[in-house]
Design a protein around this ligand. Sequence first.
Ligand code: SF4
Length: 351
Amino acid sequence: MTKQAGAPIPAGTGPLLSVRDLHVSFRTEDGVVRAVDGLSFDVERGRTLGIVGESGSGKSVTNLTILGLHNPMFTTVEGEILLDGRELTTARESELEKVRGNKAAMIFQDPLTALSPYYTVGRQIAEPYMKHNGASKKAAWERAVEMLAKVGIPNPRERAKDYPHQFSGGMRQRAMIAMALVCDPDLLVADEPTTALDVTVQAQILDLLKDLQQEFGSGIIFITHDLGVIADMADDIMVMYAGGAVERGTVDEVLRAPQHPYTWGLLNSMPRLDSDLGAPLAPIPGTPPSLLTPPSGCRFHPRCTFQDRVEGAGRCGTERPLLASGRASACHLTADQKRTIFTEEIKPRLG
Ligand code: SF4
């Protein structure tokens, strides 16, 4: 497909976000880090895609790239990112600025990285609304107060005049959600938005995001390493490992009948309420690979305990398995093997 910067196709004729064969690499003193290597996925309007994987799997890099928040001096981006039909990889910074906040917005793990300590919370919510909607100062301030009320800040008219340090951690996260949603973006990217919060506040923020999605109809990308949160929040899941997607499907498909040895490892390493308190957790053996020199073949093969079941000796170390479209997993095991191994060997351990 020919890329045309800023040439939109009519809204609503395809997925809200379509990422195709995305490659993102960084030049470092030690060499080129291939942080994302051939990633493709879609996000539909009104649905939540949960992206799960360990640190360094490429999930955050992917989403910073979608929003054009990478440093172009050191980063090479190839492939296509179509947001509502608009190609973003070739868009100019001025176009990306219009997209950010207006069509797509991000909620970060730490609200202090997104909120400035020098301005009131109300002003920080009002400013993107003025910028993208040409609203007057007064109208934008009213909108900020309305958004603070929507995200559950008590006494919002007064609290809008406070500075971020006068808010608790949970309230700051709510304020950042208000800032992200003030322009009613089509796509919301939430990167580990509740990791820094205690469990009760975490549950409140997740409920808030679900309610707001219903109201605003946004597509959401929800990044986390916590499969429990994904089960609660997402409609679809993409599991990432070492810069690529290894499994994808609906939440029900992936959590009820996972197909990839890495997903089995993630599920097996989750603490369970009913497990013996003294029982050790079962982490995935080994560590994620360096993306300076990623393994050949299947990138999971140095840690995979199932490769000797694959037909063709050494195939996992030489041939990279591809991820088909739709419900799929990138693994050389046959569909029958995946089903049998999960049912007979993995599931009993999960309880
Ligand atoms: Fe394991 Fe081979 Fe499947 Fe990779 S392709 S996950 S190494 S069995």
